[in-house]
Design a protein around this ligand. Structure first.
Ligand SMILES: [Ca+2]
Ligand SMILES: [Ca+2]
Length: 544
């Protein structure tokens, strides 16, 4: 997200701190009234934080959120929240219970929600020295603020939703730490003996204690579907959320309070909430309803804020230069709020960081591998379709795995097809022509028949008619002859047995030898005649 997401609390805290530094150490460089005014503007400017995620519009709800730094003010109060019992708020987190026996603590929003659907990102740590801890932590969305009670530090028979992070295995089924969700209409008493297993909507077995990184729960309630995603705290990767609970047709009070509570028993864990970030969710059609503040105004406030921040920083840096010792002291003071780490914890953290970065690389590789496989499959399917279409594109990119196949190419096939088409059209032409000729012949025959029957008796003296009829007769004869020939011609190859018996003696009885002999005899006779003629002529010359 490149949108500057800054909580109002953060702003308020930073403004207050800056104000404190500037007013106490610098003798009031900045007018507190101006700071207050700007701060009010900023609250308004932060109303509109719409992140379009899969068509759902998210809006940051600062009145239902807290997060470090400057989570709690100097007097220990958390803006828009109230906490009691054994809970302690610091700049970095809210410790709902310290790791002491029989502690109970809780924190609740001051205001009731004014939106239907929401998503809460709860970041917390449950840490204890023992292998087993107790009792657990609970997230609440309830029609009324909770008071001290037996359900993870809060009252029983609540109206609304509880998501329980149950550390202690009361029913001894070796299935804790366990995460479960339960909806109560105010009538049910939480079944501690069975870890609530008889009453839960759904749940999942997840170890959330003593993790190198904070554990996160994303609890979403949108259009009556409850989804709980869990980040197990083994890495600091945003993508490591896993689905734990998904339950449809969940009906919760229309408006309610958010809260977190925790309790310890004979065993004790620290239950720390680092962040509680709420977004209201709106579907795109709901989002069309205009907000109370339009974009232009929001942008104006934002630029004003940026200028203010810049100016403030400049002044702060200048003061730091002038008073290096005081600045160092102040920084050290701030550091005291930080979480204490000893060497082994730091080392462990480094190991986990290394592992998580390796994990990241592996994930990246996996994604790339998927991409490559996808691409390969796509090209294979294209190759297959081309081959089945008759044109093999052999050896596209593979290293010569294919056997060269001797087949006709596309253009050759096209040529053959074109030839065939031409032949078909020629055959059709011939057929038409033959049909035409036949038609004409039939016409002529009919006309002739009519001529024989009617013309002769009526116009016997007409010279033209007689000529025409004679011509027609001739034509008829020739046509008949042609017909007979054709019949003979067609009949011979197909049913040639009958015709063959008749024609063979007439046509094929002279053998080649006889023919040659006859020719030779003829030649001899011609030569003898020529010799005889010549001798006759010579005798006649003698006489002249
Ligand atoms: Ca339990
Ligand atoms: Ca259990």
């Amino acid at each position: 997200m490149n949108y500057p997401v800054i909580t109002t609390l953060q702003l308020q805290q930073s403004v207050l701190t800056d104000q404190r530094i500037l007013s106490s150490e610098m003798g009031g460089w900045l007018d507190p009234a101006l700071v207050t005014r700007l701060f009010l503007c900023l609250i308004l400017s932060l109303f509109v934080l719409v992140a379009g995620q899969a068509g759902v519009h998210k809006r940051f709800e600062y009145k239902f959120s807290f997060k470090p730094p400057y989570l709690a003010q100097k007097d220990g109060s958390v803006p828009f929240w109230q906490y009691d019992g054994n809970a302690i708020a610091s700049a970095e987190n809210v410790r709902i219970t310290p790791s002491l026996r029989s502690q109970k603590g809780r924190i609740w929003t001051k205001d009731m929600t004014n939106f239907d659907w929401w998503e809460v990102d709860l970041t917390f740590r449950v840490t204890g020295r023992g292998r087993i801890g107790a009792d657990g932590l609970a997230f609440w969305y309830s029609a009324a603020k909770g008071v001290e009670g037996p359900v993870y530090g809060s009252n029983d028979q609540w109206i609304g939703l509880g998501v329980f992070f149950d550390s202690f295995d009361n029913d001894n089924k070796h299935n804790n730490p366990y995460i479960s969700a339960m909806v109560n209409d105010g009538s049910k008493v939480y079944d501690h003996q069975n870890d609530g297993s008889t009453q839960q909507l759904a749940g999942c077995l997840r170890d959330f204690r003593n993790k190198p990184f904070p554990v996160r729960a994303k609890i979403e309630y949108f259009k009556n579907t409850l989804t709980v995603l869990i980040h197990n705290g083994m890495s600091n990767n945003e993508k490591d959320f896993e689905l734990c609970i998904r339950s449809e047709n969940v009906v919760l009070p229309k408006n309610g309070y958010f809260g977190v509570s925790a309790a310890t028993g004979g065993l004790a864990d620290d239950h720390d909430v680092l962040k509680f970030v709420t977004h209201s969710l709106r579907s795109p059609d709901m989002a069309l309803v205009p907000d109370s503040i339009d974009q232009e105004e929001s942008a104006k406030f934002e630029s004003e804020f940026e200028q203010f921040q810049k100016k403030n920083k400049e002044q702060k840096d200048a003061w730091k230069k002038q008073n290096p010792e005081a600045a160092k002291k102040l920084e050290d003071e701030d550091y005291d709020w930080g979480v204490f780490e000893d060497d082994s914890v730091r080392e462990l953290k480094q190991i986990f960081q290394g592992q998580s970065s390796m994990n990241e690389v592996l994930r990246d590789l996996h994604r790339k591998m998927d991409e490559i496989i996808g691409r390969q499959e796509r090209s294979l399917s294209i190759l297959n379709s081309v081959q089945s279409g008759g044109v093999p594109q052999v050896q596209g990119g593979g290293g010569g795995g294919g056997v060269p196949v001797d087949t006709i190419r596309r253009d050759e096939v096209n040529a053959v097809l074109a030839n065939q088409r031409e032949l078909v059209s020629a055959a059709r032409d011939i057929k038409n022509f033959v049909a035409d000729v036949q038609g004409k012949v039939t016409n002529i025959q009919q006309t002739q028949a009519r001529g024989q029957g009617s013309v002769q008796p009526v116009g016997g003296g007409g010279g033209d008619t007689a000529y025409l009829s004679s011509v027609l007769n001739e034509v008829r004869d020739s046509v008949n002859r042609v017909k007979m020939d054709m019949q003979n011609g067609y009949a011979r190859p197909s049913g040639g047995q009958q015709q063959g018996q008749v024609n063979c003696p007439q046509v094929n009885c002279v053998s080649t030898m006889v023919l040659i002999g006859a020719l030779a005899v003829q030649l001899v006779l011609i030569m003898a005649y020529l010799m005889f003629k010549e001798s006759k002529e010579q005798q006649a010359k003698k006489f002249y």
